[in-house]
Design a protein around this ligand. Structure first.
Ligand SMILES: [Zn+2]
Length: 130
């Protein structure tokens, strides 16, 4: 079966603290978060900006989190204030939040994987397995 995979990477700068964490991560500090979003599909779709079925998903819909927090993204904000309370601000749950929000912005049938890195040597990966 035919299959396409889009991969896009971006960064955003934000502050956070881990609630009730006994150590430095419990104090307000910042990271340049790196995010990689993979979108996989067996068919191509139209988008909000293009009426022809020629793309897996519009890159704009995969990169929303890069935008300034005042424009609906995650950049230059305090993640503890931006994320709904059900998400803690660990890399694991930031990845889950980005996944959940990106899922709402891509066509039905597009499978996603979201990777988040706080530091150069570690990544977390989130996907919702069928
Ligand atoms: Zn941190």
């Amino acid at each position: 079966m035919q299959k396409w995979k889009l991969t896009t990477e971006f960064t955003f700068d934000s502050a956070h603290y881990i609630k009730d964490y006994d150590g430095p991560c419990g104090r307000l500090h910042g990271h340049t978060y790196k995010v990689r979003v993979e979108a996989t599909s067996n068919q191509l779709h139209t988008s909000e900006y293009c009426p022809h079925p020629v793309m897996v998903a519009d890159f704009r819909s995969l990169r929303w989190a890069k935008r300034d927090m005042e424009k609906g993204g995650l950049d230059h904000g305090v993640l503890n204030d931006i994320l709904p309370p059900k998400y803690e601000t660990t890399a694991e749950m930031i990845a889950q939040f980005i996944y959940d929000e990106t899922k709402k912005r891509v066509p039905e049938g597009v499978r996603l994987k979201v990777m988040v890195s706080e530091t150069p040597n570690s990544w977390v990966e989130y996907e919702d397995e069928p």
